[in-house]
Design a protein around this ligand. Structure first.
Ligand SMILES: C[S@@+](CC[C@H](N)C(=O)[O-])C[C@H]1O[C@@H](n2cnc3c(N)ncnc32)[C@H](O)[C@@H]1O
Length: 319
């Protein structure tokens, strides 16, 4: 059905698409959606998807058009990650600033530390750090050429096209390494090496601060099959797996909080719907309909607690 909606010959309308995916379903439909495709089929399909190059899946999603993303992301920073709505009256801009402030407080920076952002997007958090008066060296990695061009040319940030999973980190050690919405792209079998690499790249006493969502109930849920439409080749890990691996490589977990992604998804959806004509002109009908389908499906995913959005601090011991 999602495929059918995406390839609809008409633009999906605001109320129709949101209502279709988020309306309460009968317990029977709910149960069916959870078990179909059957577990063995899911595992075999997802393993086939994982055989493809991870980087090409990232490009499929992010190298669409910077102008298109600007139509629905917050105007000041262009965060493409869960914000922090403290009240219903908050604008998306305010909510993204609250999120950034929250993460900054977790980093506990004094102002001169060397900091690395894994999966820096359009440079939003690096820019927020600069605006907050951070003086120390800042670096960011992305896989998206569109994001790289924006972060380097428009913001003058030290961002490179580096695959944080397969490439070595350069200019180590760092006092703080953080990621916002990037660990979702790390497949379960890649987690141990990545956490080890982050650990090795930190100074003793250094911190890793991550915001990401992870599975709460079971590996390979049916929802991951649907998600391949939007993030081909990505597969979420269980939250307990993240914690266990972080612990095994030597980190101490000093913070783990859960936050609500749903208001952000709704806000992006409403902005995109409002900018329908411009969006279709920039990226065409198929891509417009793809995002009009993605946001409500993602909303439902969190509504049903398939996954939760976490903010985590991992500390490397002093000795
Ligand atoms: C959801 S966006 C989040 C961007 C940004 N952190 C923010 O808060 O807006 C995910 C980012 O992770 C990057 N990414 C995913 N996998 C990556 C990898 N293996 N190496 C480098 N960047 C990666 C993407 O290019 C994108 O910039």
């Amino acid at each position: 059905m999602a495929e059918y909606k995406i390839h609809s010959p008409q633009p999906l309308t605001q109320s129709e698409s949101w209502g279709y995916w988020t309306q309460p379903r009968s317990p029977w439909m709910e149960g069916l959606a959870r078990i179909y495709p059957l577990k063995a089929q899911r595992i075999s399909f997802l393993n086939r998807m994982l055989a493809q190059d991870h980087a090409s899946g990232i490009e499929t999603h992010y190298d669409v058009s910077n102008e298109f993303y600007a139509l629905f992301l917050d105007e000041r920073y262009r965060f493409y990650t869960c914000a922090e709505f403290q009240s219903e009256q908050d604008s998306l801009e305010e909510a993204q600033a609250h999120k950034a402030q929250y993460l900054l407080s977790l980093m506990q920076l004094q102002g001169n530390e060397k900091v690395l952002d894994l999966g820096c997007g359009w440079g939003a958090m690096l820019k927020f750090l600069q605006d907050s008066g951070h003086q120390g060296p800042l670096a960011g990695y992305t896989l998206s050429k569109e994001q790289l061009a924006y972060a380097q040319q428009r913001l003058g940030l030290n961002v490179s096209l580096t695959n944080f999973i397969t490439d070595q980190f350069v200019e180590t050690p760092y006092d703080c390494i953080f990621s916002i919405g990037a660990l979702e792209h790390v497949r379960p079998h890649e987690l141990t090496d990545l956490y080890q690499k982050i650990y090795d790249a930190l100074v003793p006493g250094g911190k890793a601060v991550h915001q990401f969502f992870s599975l709460e109930r079971e590996p390979y849920p049916a929802s991951m099959v649907l998600m391949q439409l939007f993030f081909p080749g990505s597969l979420l890990s269980m939250h307990k797996t993240h914690l266990q691996i972080a612990h095994e490589v030597g980190f101490r977990i000093t913070h783990d909080s859960i936050h609500d992604y749903k208001p952000t998804l709704k806000a992006w959806y409403e902005r995109l719907a409002k900018n329908q004509d411009q969006a279709i002109e920039l990226v065409g009908l198929d891509i417009f309909n793809r995002y009009m389908t993605f946001f409500p499906i993602a909303w439902l995913f969190f509504e049903q607690h398939e996954a939760e959005l976490h903010r985590i601090v991992m500390e490397k011991p002093e000795t």
